[in-house]
Design a protein around this ligand. Structure first.
Ligand SMILES: NC(=O)c1ccc[n+]([C@@H]2O[C@H](COP(=O)([O-])OP(=O)(O)OC[C@H]3O[C@@H](n4cnc5c(N)ncnc54)[C@H](OP(=O)(O)O)[C@@H]3O)[C@@H](O)[C@H]2O)c1
Length: 381
């Protein structure tokens, strides 16, 4: 194996390790690190654990101990060079006596960057392997958040083989298998917010809580409800879980204090959406005279969630209406799609969100099965 091949394999190994940290590390990047001694034997591995805990490099160095001296570290992201919640990782690398560091992605965060230059100045050989896809895909979440100041948005939906999301009235409302639901609950327990639309609240009366023993965080529950139509006795407000935020039109919030007060009484807080954005009715949505929520309003909502509520990751569990609005706003970073091997007697979804996953903009990162359902993780290219 050439050094280049070994570097690629090790950076990919570090990325696989870091993937397991999704939901632990955010808002920090979930970093992975593998260390080999001077003879090439792997002597330490680590990933960034909970935010504020030690970074991947420090964990791996701790495991490697003296064996790190003269060895190589493969890290998915440029080691940090600043005193944040923890001391700089570059100091730990220099102190451990590592001879060589190979990284996957440069750190775009101006506060933490500069790590490579420091290492080089300290005599450590440094290489950047930005041609390897795995760390780029891994850190797409962090890179996008830094670039946009918005959360990373995962759109999850369950569909039939024909792409329908809405069960006919005479059918059970769930489309996917219990195993698929378990996977969804695992994802819910790894994000900062679950986002849905008023159409879903009225049709399904969901809880949007996390029902798994493995929850890493308790997500806020956010409803896009422009006209404050949420019933105060909706299950959402009565189920223990993250705080509920209702995103409504600013003029509706002003004009209907009685509706606002009724929801505030059951614990809701509000985000005001700017009023000047009515994008007109959406004839294709299947909802009569539905007003589309404009890209500007949805981007505003995402900014406020990041800025005022520390939300780094959002899982959307909505119907085709809100899902298509989010695609229109180009806010969907990842899609988690469960396709059940069945069809309804008639088509129920005129604009299936699956049509938005064209291969030029989204690539399938992972395919698998949960129960009888086919599952695909798509990610923005
Ligand atoms: N298969 C899945 O993964 C999945 C997940 C969630 C929901 N669903 C199904 O999707 C359906 C709901 O989807 P959706 O597209 O209608 O809603 P949605 O995506 O939850 O919400 C989108 C928008 O639809 C409008 N809307 C829909 N019904 C409304 C109503 N009765 N009153 C006021 N506004 C309403 C609202 O827009 P404005 O306020 O801007 O007018 C709302 O913001 C349900 O049948 C639900 O079972 C399926």
């Amino acid at each position: 194996m050439t050094t280049a091949d070994l570097d690629r394999a090790m950076v990919e190994r570090a990325a696989r390790l870091a993937l397991r940290g999704h939901g632990d590390a955010e808002p920090n990047p979930s970093v992975g690190c593998v260390i080999a001694d001077a003879d090439g034997r792997v002597v330490g591995e680590g990933r960034t654990a909970i935010c504020g805990g030690p970074h991947a490099e420090v964990v791996a160095i701790g495991r490697a101990g003296d064996a790190a001296r003269g060895g190589t570290a493969w890290v998915t992201l440029e080691p940090c060079n600043h005193h944040g919640r923890t001391p700089p990782c570059v100091d730990a690398i220099i102190e451990a006596g590592l001879a060589r560091v190979v990284i996957g992605v440069r750190d775009p965060n101006p506060v933490a960057a500069g790590g490579l230059d420091r290492l080089r100045r300290a005599g450590v050989e440094v290489e950047v392997r930005d041609d390897v896809a795995a760390p780029r895909r891994l850190h797409a979440n962090f890179l996008a958040r830094i670039a946009t100041a918005r959360p990373w948005l995962i759109a999850k939906w369950a569909e039939t083989a024909d792409g329908d999301l809405i069960a006919p009235p005479d059918r059970a409302r769930t489309i996917s298998s219990p195993a698929a639901h378990r996977m969804v609950h695992r994802e819910r327990g790894r994000v900062d917010a679950i986002l849905t639309g008023i159409g879903t609240v009225l049709a399904d009366d969901p809880r949007l809580d996390v029902r798994t023993r493995h929850a890493r965080r308790t997500p806020r529950r956010v409803v896009v409800d422009r006209s404050l139509a949420s019933p105060p006795d909706a299950t959402l407000f009565r189920t223990p879980g993250g705080p509920v935020i209702v995103a409504a039109d600013a003029d509706v919030l002003d004009a209907h204090p009685e509706r606002r007060d009724a929801l505030a009484e059951v614990g809701a807080t509000f985000i005001a959406l700017p009023a000047d954005y009515d994008a007109g009715s959406d004839a294709d949505s299947g909802i009569d005279q539905r007003r589309r929520t404009s890209p500007d309003a949805l981007r505003h909502l995402m900014h406020v969630l990041a800025r005022d509520h520390d939300v780094a990751t959002v899982l959307t569990e909505a119907g085709p209406g809100l899902l298509n609005d989010l695609f229109d706003a180009d806010l969907v970073n990842t899609a988690l799609v469960f396709t059940a091997p069945r069809s309804f007697d008639q088509r129920t979804t005129t604009n299936p969100p699956r049509d938005r996953l064209d291969h030029e903009r989204y690539e399938p990162l992972w395919k698998g099965h949960r129960g009888g359902d086919h599952v695909v993780w798509w990610q923005r290219v």
